[in-house]
Design a protein around this ligand. Structure first.
Ligand SMILES: NC(=O)c1ccc[n+]([C@@H]2O[C@H](COP(=O)([O-])OP(=O)(O)OC[C@H]3O[C@@H](n4cnc5c(N)ncnc54)[C@H](OP(=O)(O)O)[C@@H]3O)[C@@H](O)[C@H]2O)c1
Length: 286
């Protein structure tokens, strides 16, 4: 099973019924299912070794994409590839530190050389290292800027020509960039200045790119999750972790599959439908 306990099978069953019922016509008269299959497409997913990127990689493989899974922890990527392949999916791992521009270029070169195309880019790699501004190590601020912004920008830049070409030449006539921002990209919070700045930056860049690439049929989407049950909080200083534990006490956190479902909804929507922005909070989160 590629996603959540039993949820994937139920989702697929429900979705295939919807597809049959709501088949729509293209301007040229041909039929198009509401949900486009990702068969024959290639998706690069960053942050695939854990959390949201890991779930998104599995979900896109489930939808038929060949997934290129990117992160630094090769052992985690190997386990993901094995899981996808054991469910008859297709996946390939590339170990890379995306704070290094040359490694971003190499990821795209290897993916496009190996598979001949790139249809989807999911930018999920990121870190959150919040804390009091006077005592926070400047190195932590730089790490956030380097991966949340610089890495996302550099990878997107080198992937763009391939995405434009896939949108131009494929039968789907569309390509996608899905950026994982955050509620922190909409609402600033105390002791989160730099994380907030990076996520506001991701949200802003996504909208600017969206406008720039409308005529090229490359859709840019941003997802802004509230708290999700991942490793993200655990990289922070102990005192900050404790503050977040208190803040989220009593809240039923989102599951990574909840965000992966939004990624799939965006990418499998028909060519004419661009889901620009999705905000997803836990029901209990203010
Ligand atoms: N969890 C939440 O509550 C939440 C809420 C809103 C938004 N988000 C956003 O969601 C995204 C994913 O976070 P997550 O919650 O899934 O956290 P996570 O489980 O810690 O995953 C972060 C991923 O980023 C990768 N990564 C970090 N630095 C990297 C680097 N230099 N080069 C390549 N990959 C790197 C990590 O892989 P390696 O360590 O193996 O390299 C890991 O796969 C982040 O952008 C985060 O800001 C999370």
């Amino acid at each position: 099973m590629l996603a959540g306990p039993g949820s994937e099978a139920r989702w697929r069953q429900r979705h295939s019924l919807i597809s049959v019922d709501l088949a729509v016509s293209r301007p040229n008269g041909s039929e198009l299912d509401l949900t486009e299959s990702l068969e024959s497409t290639v998706a690069i997913v960053t942050g695939a070794s854990s959390g949201i990127g890991h779930a998104a990689a599995k979900r896109l493989a489930c939808e038929g994409a060949t997934v290129v899974a990117v992160a630094r922890r090769q052992d985690r990527l190997d386990a993901l590839i094995a899981e996808i392949e054991s469910a008859n999916g297709r996946a390939f791992a590339i170990e890379a530190d995306l704070t290094d521009r040359a490694q971003c270029t190499e990821v795209v070169r290897r993916a496009s050389t190996q598979f001949g195309r790139i249809d989807t880019l999911v930018n999920a790699a990121g870190v959150m290292l919040n804390g009091p501004s006077i005592s926070s190590p400047a190195e932590e601020w730089e790490r956030m800027i380097d991966i949340n912004l610089r890495g996302l920008f550099n990878l997107t830049k080198v992937a763009l020509p391939h995405l434009v070409e896939s949108a131009r030449s494929s039968s789907r006539e569309v390509a996608d960039v899905v950026n994982i921002s955050s509620i922190a990209g909409r609402v600033a919070i105390t002791e989160g200045a730099v994380y907030n700045a990076t996520k506001f930056g991701v949200t802003a860049a996504t909208e600017a790119w969206r406008q720039e690439f409308t005529q090229k049929n490359v859709r840019f989407s941003v997802i802004e999750p509230g708290t999700v049950d991942t490793e993200l909080l655990g990289h922070q200083q102990t005192s900050t972790q404790q503050r977040y534990e208190l803040m989220f006490a009593g809240i039923e956190k989102l599951h990574t599959d909840d965000i992966a479902a939004a990624v799939a909804y965006i990418v499998t929507s028909p060519r004419r439908v661009a889901i620009n922005e999705i905000v997803i909070r836990p029901t209990d989160q203010r």
